[in-house]
Ligand binder design. Structure first.
Ligand SMILES: C=C(O[C@@H]1C=C(C(=O)O)C=C[C@H]1O)C(=O)O
Length: 479
């Protein structure tokens, strides 16, 4: 079939077109020789006007899977993944062992110079062993995806990495034409849904209804757990709860994402679309990032609110730094992290005293941990060792996880799970999915937790979960 040259030339250059044709042809030959599907990878410079949030919200290609990612602490932190070339899903605990082998088998299928730019996205449930409940019934326990189209920003603008699964039977020209049509469709912005405000959409959010773990149930669980900690059963347990928001109209994703982006100028803004649900949030906690084998881990535990002014802020921060309860809680998390990674991380370095990390709504105790891994290890190896950190589960890990299962009576799903990406070398970044919500049309389920130690006060811990729920709640209440 003839390609409409006029259209293609406006999307990519003639050289891009040649690279596309030759890479898909090479992939077809590899598929013929090996008998296994090959994956053609081509990256181009994307010169069209592009709005990350609008593109995510519009989902012009009507795909089942999208990821929006914005790391506010990186100079070029935007990414948008659209659709799936290949993916693997896990429904149970085997997920942790299988991802690595899946990743290396897909790596062998990649064809083209731009294969080095490939990036996989990975989402893991907090507790893959726990059965998924009604709220999370659509989601697997683990999801590892090579996106079909991946937009990223850099100092020159936007790049688009395209990956295509190629069998020995495909027709190269039609495959390239199909790609061109898809990219063309993405450029046709149909009226920016997010900016169109219908009158009915102005209906106020119905009062948040507390479900599953209401105030008293949560406070009783805190008292019970902190008693058990005093008896020496654990050192720390993190208890979480969820809140359901109902709206008479669908939630406006674009509005909520823009609000979070504006208010939370550090950490990672994320949104994962899976079928017709969206898991989104603005998390301050990096689980681990690896750049050329140099790793950085956030130890974030110990929380207080923000003050009305600078002086009140400073006072609250000083109290947090001087609180033995919070410093102990923080030390447990730091020790847990060090123990989990010390056998594969060299030059492990961290300051002796935590600093304050200030967010729009709360302040945390923060210790940055860094070191190096050898090239046999990947960021995923660290994720699997670190997760769940004592910041979201407790210590000792196994006992804390059991206590969480019996006390919370809910499925955390992807809340507090690792969420991130990894490249072909094994570098990448994973965050802990906190300050987040699962959106299903007119319903949003929000999650937040707090670390419980022996001297935890149930009222204070409940209040802490309220502060942590606030970013998502405010974003979702925007008109
Ligand atoms: C569990 C959450 O946050 C974690 C718990 C913290 C704490 O107990 O002080 C602080 C930051 C996070 O590591 C949450 O936001 O839901």
């Amino acid at each position: 079939m003839a390609i409409d040259q006029g259209k293609i030339q406006r999307l990519w250059t003639e050289q891009d077109e040649e690279r596309l044709i030759s890479t898909v042809t090479r992939a077809k030959m590899q598929a013929m020789d090996s008998g296994v599907t090959a994956i053609a990878c081509v990256q181009i410079r994307f010169t069209r006007e592009f709005d990350w949030i609008d593109s995510f919200e519009q989902n012009q290609l009507n795909v089942d899977f999208q990821v929006l990612w914005h790391d506010a602490d990186q100079p070029f932190g935007h990414m948008l993944a659209v659709g799936t070339t290949v993916s693997q899903m896990w429904q149970d605990a085997t997920v942790l062992d299988d991802i690595r082998s899946y990743w290396s088998s897909v790596n062998k299928q990649l064809v083209g110079e731009d294969a080095t730019h490939v990036q996989f996205f990975c989402e893991l449930a907090f507790d893959p062993r726990a059965p998924r409940d009604d709220v999370w019934s659509m989601w697997p326990s683990g999801l590892f995806t090579l996106p079909h189209l991946l937009f990223r920003d850099d100092e020159h603008g936007t790049t688009l990495l395209m990956t295509v699964a190629v069998t020995h039977e495909i027709d190269v020209q039609s495959e390239v034409e199909l790609l061109s049509r898809e990219v063309q469709m993405l450029c046709e912005k149909k009226g920016f849904k997010s900016r169109v405000k219908e009158a009915e959409d102005r209906v106020k959010v119905v009062n948040p209804t507390l479900t599953s773990t209401d105030r008293l149930v949560f406070q009783r669980a805190v008292a019970d757990v902190s008693e058990k900690i005093t008896q020496g059963k654990f050192a720390k347990v993190v208890l979480a709860r969820r809140v359901v928001l109902q709206r008479k109209q669908s939630f406006s994703m674009g509005t909520a994402l823009r609000d979070l982006q504006m208010r939370y100028r550090s950490g990672v803004l994320f949104a994962v679309m899976w079928k017709n649900q969206i898991f989104m949030g603005a998390t301050p906690e990096r689980l681990v990032q690896s750049t050329n084998g140099h790793i950085q881990i956030d130890c974030l535990a110990g929380t207080t609110i923000r003050g009305q002014d600078e002086q009140a802020d400073r006072e609250l921060a000083r109290n947090l730094l001087e609180s033995s309860k919070d410093r102990n809680e923080h030390a447990h998390v730091l020790n847990g992290i060090v123990q989990d990674v010390q056998d594969i991380v060299r030059n492990l370095t961290f300051p002796e005293i935590p600093v304050i990390r200030q967010l729009a709504n709360v302040q945390h105790l923060y210790t940055p941990v860094s070191g190096d891994i050898s090239h046999e290890s990947t960021v995923l190896d660290l994720v699997l060792r670190l997760h769940p950190t004592p910041a979201v589960a407790g210590l000792p890990k196994r006992a804390a996880m059991q206590e969480i299962r019996s006390q919370e009576g809910m499925d955390r799903g992807f809340y507090a799970g690792p969420l991130g990406f990894m490249d072909v070398k094994g570098d990448g970044a994973f965050n802990v999915a906190l300050r987040c919500a699962l959106i299903d049309d007119q319903q949003a389920v929000l999650f937040a937790g707090a670390g419980i130690v022996s001297d935890s006060n149930p009222l204070a811990e409940f209040a802490e979960t309220k502060w942590k729920l606030l970013p998502m709640q405010t974003a979702l209440e925007q008109e």
